[in-house]
Design a protein around this ligand. Structure first.
Ligand SMILES: [Zn+2]
Length: 263
C-alpha cells in the first residue's frame, strides 16, 4: 500500500492492462491447445491471412470501428475476440474492487486463458496450468508485489493447497477409472487443481478450496444436464464437459468473494 496517488496510478495501470490481457488470453487459448507458436508471429486475419496493422490490434475499439469485419476481405472477426477483451477488462475491475490488486488480476487473466481453452478445445495447456501455479506461489511469497516484504508461511499454505488439490483430483480420477474402466478426468484437470489449490488456500483457506470444487461440481452438473436435454441424449451416455472452465469460474468467484469478506 502506498500514497493515494500511487494507488490511483496502480489502479489505472491494472484497468489499462485489462483488455489487452484479455486479448492475449484469447491468443494463448487459440494457439497453445493446437501447438501453434505464440511468440514471434504477427496476428493476421483467419480468413485471408492479411497481417493486422497496429490500429487493428487495439482491443474492443478496433472491433467496433471495423464493425466486426476484416478490413481486407470483410470476413467476420470472431465475436469471441472482443468477448475475451471485455472479460479481461471485467476481471481487472473485479480484482481492483475486491482489493486483490495486480496479483489477483494476473491470476484471473491466467484463469481466463485456461477457461477459453477448455471451452473451445477441452484442453488445459501445461504452460497455462504451470503459470497459474507459479503465479499463485509468487503471489503468496510477495503479498505486496516482488521486492516487497516476503511471507514464507503463506508459501507453505500455497504448496500444501496445491498438493492437496492435485492429490484429491488424482485420487478421484483413479477411483473413477477403477469404477467405470475409462478416464473421466484429464491430467489437465489435476494440474489445474495444483494451481487452484495454491491460489485459493492462502486467500480463502481450506473451506475456500472445498467451496471451489463444490461450485464447479454443481455448475458442471447443471451444464451437463442442459447439454443432455438440448441434444435429447440419455443422461447415462457420456457428455463431454469443460470441467476445467467450471473450476476456473468457481475459483474467480471464491477468490473475489473471500477478499470482499462475503465467504
Ligand atoms: Zn481477412
Amino acid at each position: 500500500m502506498g500514497t493515494p496517488e500511487a494507488e490511483l496510478v496502480r489502479a489505472v495501470l491494472i484497468l489499462a492492462l485489462g483488455a489487452p490481457m484479455g486479448s492475449f488470453a484469447a491468443l494463448l487459448a487459440d494457439r497453445l491447445p493446437r501447438g501453434r507458436p505464440v511468440a514471434l508471429t504477427r496476428s493476421c486475419c483467419d480468413s485471408c491471412q492479411t497481417p493486422l496493422r497496429w490500429f487493428e490490434l487495439i482491443p474492443i475499439l478496433s472491433w467496433l470501428a471495423l464493425r466486426g469485419r476484416c478490413r481486407s476481405c470483410a470476413a467476420p472477426i470472431p465475436a469471441r475476440l472482443w468477448q475475451a477483451e471485455l472479460a479481461g477488462l471485467a476481471l481487472a475491475g473485479l480484482a481492483l474492487w475486491s482489493g486483490l490488486g495486480l496479483w489477483g488480476a494476473a491470476l484471473f487473466w491466467c484463469l481466463l486463458a485456461l477457461i477459453l481453452s477448455d471451452l473451445r478445445f477441452y484442453r488445459l495447456p501445461d504452460l497455462l496450468t504451470g503459470s497459474l501455479f507459479a503465479l499463485a506461489c509468487a503471489a503468496a511469497f510477495w503479498p505486496e508485489g516482488p521486492g516487497g516484504p516476503t511471507d514464507p508461511a503463506r508459501v507453505l499454505q500455497a504448496l500444501a493447497g496445491g498438493a492437496v488439490g492435485a492429490g484429491m483430483f488424482w485420487a478421484l480420477a483413479r477411483a473413477y477409472r477403477l469404477w467405470r474402466g475409462h478416464d473421466g478426468m484429464g491430467a489437465g484437470d489435476i494440474r489445474l487443481m495444483a494451481g487452484l489449490g495454491a491460489m485459493i488456500v492462502p486467500l480463502a483457506g481450506w473451506q475456500g478450496l472445498a467451496l471451489v470444487t463444490l461450485i464447479a461440481g454443481l455448475s458442471g452438473l447443471a451444464l451437463g444436464l442442459m447439454r443432455a436435454l438440448r441434444r435429447g441424449r440419455n443422461l447415462r451416455r457420456r457428455v463431454r464437459l469443460p470441467f476445467g472452465a467450471c473450476l476456473g469460474n468457481a475459483a474467480i468467484f471464491v477468490a473475489a468473494g473471500a477478499a470482499l469478506g462475503l465467504i
